[in-house]
Design a protein around this ligand. Structure first.
Ligand SMILES: NC(=O)c1ccc[n+]([C@@H]2O[C@H](COP(=O)([O-])OP(=O)(O)OC[C@H]3O[C@@H](n4cnc5c(N)ncnc54)[C@H](O)[C@@H]3O)[C@@H](O)[C@H]2O)c1
Length: 703
């Protein structure tokens, strides 16, 4: 037998233990091992029942995603076959669950005749997040255990639940504080002694019979999920499968689930979502940092500056249970910062997102401070003061004097050279960028900026802190705007040029929204506030080449005092109390006047032109950043765009999306745009090379 399964007996019970670290995935050898063990139990008359459990920290993470769409994935027994045989097993089979039982592991558990879980076990069917439906009977068995409504919630939501909730729903039979295997063995002995045929989930009809009388629950659910599931296929496929569970005999429902699974697993969306899943994990691998690289435990932190970012960052630490000091220069600034934090938490309590106790616990971790004494004993400082190099250097000089040896000195700068900031200290190896996105307590993306002197230990600690704060960290190099904001530039620039050439802000926003972004560039700019970009453009004006094309429209909007949503007017106007953008004839007239002034003849612009003109240039620049080494891999850029700017996950991020189109085509269009519009759109060397060689970014990073 494979050593990925351990087999022992406890009295008259055969105990099968999955032993395929790290997550006991149901790879081909594991499936074969479980089946072989079951057959052994069948053949042994001294054994009356079986228990299946997992070794290590968890029961199992389910199917082996790396086997999706591969021959190994279908090798007999495939997961559906194993699950059918488990349910059909003539002796009672009990699942003993602990840690985590998700995906195929929960599907197998539901086919066991009884389920016992250790307190706190996480159970769920997250398949929907990978663009598929549970494909081994999960959509058919779950409604039979918990009813269609709960099954819709769990399967379409892909949300894991704790054992205690699962018990209440009827998904499992018992939750124990004691040893779960002992409890499962005891239950197995008891049901075996009672005799009779095992309780097979596929034969439980009460729940589905009742649900058959209420067909409206499915329509209501589809309406409720429409906003969240916009553009996605798999949530709707899950609903159809659950509907089939309710309306069809088990075998037919199972066949329907299988067909749906096969259709989904081969879909472009599923491939993109799987790419996204692996891209997020891959981003944690960084040259020079290994498992052996030591990290500094972060027991206390300080944030300097209590403005927009500083308050949000302070909350991130408090939310993670880390005591944090927030430092301002004057009492009124400090009071304002604490009021902002308190108000944000109170809003969360009011909306039911957090309890009053949780808020109180977070507030008690935050110490408001004037002056720098508080930084003397912290492990990490995040500086978030005004974007001003001389101010930042002065602060880092002070930190250098006061902070303990080995403390991490981080800056949240968006645009400044971290190497220069690091040089203002005697310990540039301890300096790193922690670039949070606004609002910092909400946005998951964290760019971790590696300076030329940043040590592996500092970087590893920064990556660790990203995880502790539940952020999606991506390591990037030093460059103006780093990767995220740097790549935003051509996207915004081209959308403004399109508007000058004949499109309208609402047309551009519609095209980008329909592609799957939460909103288009103009609505995004209005939301973020137009003044920030205006200030940056003013600062850069002196260094902008005369010959470079420049759209003055955004500046003019600011000159009119329209700073976006916060002033109820920007690219759009907003009615009192509303966040819905309304096109403004005044802006349309101003744009037309600006086009005329610059001798641009306005023309009809197609939706397709808008899409490629907004997105291909950013792919092109992404390729440039890979060449420069500022971004480590194309998938890191994908992660940044998905988490920073809402690039639709079902397109897999800009670089993956470009690969699907084919870099030959992307390059051909870029070349055309370059010839029509000039040097800002020149194809980068890497894009050109890959296009000529018929390769993709995926091939390039696999080298
Ligand atoms: N706003 C954003 O969307 C955003 C996003 C990412 C990064 N950033 C960066 O974060 C930093 C802060 O930006 P912000 O938007 O929070 O600015 P802000 O103007 O809202 O806040 C800056 C705060 O720093 C305080 N401050 C100034 N000098 C100080 C000193 N010597 N000691 C302590 N506090 C001091 C100010 O009183 C002010 O409250 C900047 O470097 C910015 O580039 C901003």
């Amino acid at each position: 037998m494979t050593d990925l399964i351990q087999y022992t007996t406890r009295g008259a019970v055969g105990l099968i233990t999955l032993a395929n670290p790290p997550v006991n995935a149901f790879s081909a050898a594991v499936r074969a091992g479980v089946l072989e063990a079951l057959e052994g139990i069948m053949a042994d008359d001294a054994l009356t029942a079986a228990v299946i459990t997992g070794s290590g920290k968890l029961f199992s993470g389910g199917a082996d995603i790396r086997e999706f769409n591969t021959p190994a994935g279908m090798q007999s027994p495939n997961l559906p076959e194993l699950i059918e045989k488990t349910e059909a097993f003539p002796k009672p089979v009990v699942a003993a669950l602990h840690g985590t039982a998700v995906g195929g592991a929960l599907e197998l558990s539901m086919a066991c005749h009884h389920r016992v879980a250790a307190a706190g076990t996480r159970l769920g069917l997250p398949e929907v997040t990978l663009g598929i439906v549970p494909g081994a009977g999960g959509t058919q068995r779950m409604p039979r255990l918990v009813g269609a409504e709960a099954a819709l919630d769990l399967i379409v939501g892909g949300r894991p639940i704790k054992a205690e909730e699962a018990l209440e729903l009827g998904l499992i039979d018992e939750v124990v504080e004691s040893d779960v295997v002992d409890a499962a063995v005891a239950l197995a002995e008891k049901v075996a002694a009672e005799g009779g045929p095992p309780r097979r989930t596929s034969e439980l009809e009460d729940r589905v019979t009742a649900d058959r009388e209420r067909p409206e629950i499915f329509e209501e659910f589809r309406k409720k999920m429409a906003r969240k599931a916009r553009g996605l296929e798999s949530p709707y496929a899950c609903v159809e499968c659950i509907e089939a569970a309710v309306n069809k005999p088990f075998a037919e429902g199972l066949a329907f689930e299988r067909e749906t699974f096969v259709r989904c697993v081969e879909s472009a969306q599923s491939k993109a979502l799987q790419h996204a899943f692996f891209a997020e994990r891959e981003s944690g691998k960084v040259p020079g940092v290994t498992k052996e690289t030591s990290t500094r435990p972060i027991e206390r932190a300080a944030v300097i500056g209590g403005g927009t970012m500083g308050t949000g960052i302070t909350m991130c630490f408090a939310n993670a249970g880390i005591p944090v000091s927030i430092i301002e220069v004057a009492q009124d600034g400090l009071d304002r910062a604490m009021k902002t934090i308190e108000g944000t938490y109170a809003g969360g309590v009011k909306r039911g997102r957090m309890s009053q106790d949780a808020m109180d616990a977070c507030m008690s971790l935050i110490t408001p401070s004037l002056g720098y004494d508080a930084v003397a004993d912290v492990d990490l400082v995040v500086e978030a003061v005004f974007e001003d190099m001389s101010l930042k250097k002065e602060i880092f000089g002070k930190l250098d004097e006061i902070c303990a040896e080995g403390a991490i000195l981080a800056t949240n700068t968006s645009t400044l050279d971290i190497n220069e900031i690091a040089r203002s200290t005697s310990r540039p190896e301890s300096v790193v960028g922690l670039h949070f996105f606004s609002p910092a307590n909400v946005m998951r993306l964290l760019e971790i900026v590696r300076g030329e002197a940043t040590s592996p230990e500092t970087l590893a600690t920064a990556m660790q802190i990203g995880k502790t704060l539940r952020k999606q960290g991506v390591v990037v190099g030093v460059r103006n705007g780093f990767v995220a904001n740097g790549m935003m530039l051509p996207y915004i620039r081209e959308s403004e040029f399109l508007v000058e050439e004949g499109a309208t802000p609402e047309q551009v926003d519609r095209v980008i929204f329909e592609f799957g972004f939460p909103m288009g560039p103009f609505q995004t700019m209005d939301m973020a506030g137009l003044d920030v970009g205006w200030r940056i453009r003013q600062a850069a004006a002196a260094t902008r080449p005369e010959s470079e094309r420049y759209s003055p429209v955004a500046d003019r909007i600011c000159e009119m005092g329209r700073m976006g949503l916060k002033t109820k007017a920007g690219w759009y106007v907003y009615e009192e109390g509303s966040r819905t953008p309304v096109p403004d004839p005044e802006i349309a007239a101003m744009i037309e006047a600006s086009s005329a002034e610059q001798g641009i003849e306005r023309r009809e612009i197609s939706d397709q032109e808008i899409l490629v003109r907004c997105l291909y240039p950013l792919v092109n620049l992404g390729a440039g950043m890979l060449e420069e080494g500022v971004a480590l891999r194309p998938s890191d850029i994908d992660v940044i765009w998905m988490h920073g700017f809402g690039f639709p996950r079902y397109h897999g991020g800009p670089m993956f999306w470009a690969d699907q189109i084919g870099l030959g085509e992307v390059h051909r269009v870029m070349q055309e745009l370059y010839e029509q519009h000039g040097e800002l759109l020149q194809p980068t060397a890497l894009l050109t090379q890959l296009a000529q060689e018929g390769r993709s970014f995926g091939d390039w990073s696999a080298e």
